[in-house]
Design a protein around this ligand. Sequence first.
Ligand code: GLA
Length: 426
Amino acid sequence: MASLALAALLVCPLAAALDNGLSLRPAMGWLHWERFVCNADCDADPENCISEYLYMRMADVMAQEGWREAGYEYVCIDDCWSSLRRDARGRLRADPKRFPGGISQLAQYVHSKGLKLGIYGDVGTKTCAGYPGSLGHYETDAQTFADWGVDLLKFDGCDMNWTLLGEGYVNMSRALNATGRSILYSCEWPLYEWPFRQPNYTAIRETCNHWRNFADVYDSWSSVKSILEWTASHQDIIVPSAGPGGWNDPDMLVIGNFGLSHDQQESQMALWAIMAAPLLMSNDPRDICPRSKELLQNRHIIAISQDPLGRQGRRTVKTNGFEVWERPLSSGRLAVAVLNLLEMGGPRRLDVSSAPGWKRCDPQCNVTQILPRLKQLGVQTLKGKLGVAVNPSGTALLTISPISDAQTQSLLWKDLSFKNRAGPVL
Ligand code: GLA
């Protein structure tokens, strides 16, 4: 085992992660932004406005309806929670009308449900919705969040000179560390740096627990597709930086809202698991269709997302309106997602045995289909053919497990170099 760990270091040195002991697996939870945006009108819409009531109800539902048991742990506030002015001592404060009990009391409530509380800030002068930013106040704000009992900080990058982004994100990371409280640090540093230059992912991984690279997700299939395309076309740059302690963040799951068909929801869930993405849903679990809930709580997909090997997958094939994405898993297993991007006609078949990862079937493997429904596809051989039918904009998700122990060991060794290799030319 020790020699295996040493080999891992020699073959694919993963940059050091932020050393706060957090996010050893991609974080799971709920984040208000995509679904509830900046609704501050509690007189007109008391059930859905950004208020302590909203997060308390979310915590109730997450504790009562299987979400916490499925792994969803963080209840996260996004923008628009604060007052427009700091208090007399220069500290951020929650809007007193919408958060009469304050964030500290809200954190206690969320903790009493066995969950954790996330909050939102900004590295610059103002948040993206125009609330006070933290520039010039990093130590004070980090200490305030720690004093309140906050467990996660999403730190946005609006209203900031891009040349100072790195310094700002690093200083806030240090300030959080100096509080002594474990606060998961979710950054948007690369998203704001990409328009000017290629971000330094080694530095980002040392600073943040996850990081947004690309535009905000919307409740639409075109938005989800654009995130997948960006990720695949930058995979050689971003995939090597992901691993226990730090992850690429393709933004929230919008499953259970209005814009995605059920097949598209399955595609988002499957591909977010393949991408080792944080699973932060932005929906209304108080009122969600049972099929979407079942999908979000699907333990087989969550097991892929949270796999202990901690490696992000990549797109390995793009052919004839199909994409194949593959993620190496622990014990020499592989998760394979087959996405049908053709938005017309009916289900189309792809031969999964043409995927590069099918080499795990030398001489034999066991294949389990997870999506569209759980099904054992049995023992397969290297030379065998296995077709899967995939609905338009849907995804078939499979796991491939080599059969013998000896084979598992040899595949583990091969896995060690997977991350540093560019995929096949597409
Ligand atoms: C930016 C972020 C979003 C959200 C909003 C809030 O657009 O990328 O995720 O936090 O700001 O204003």
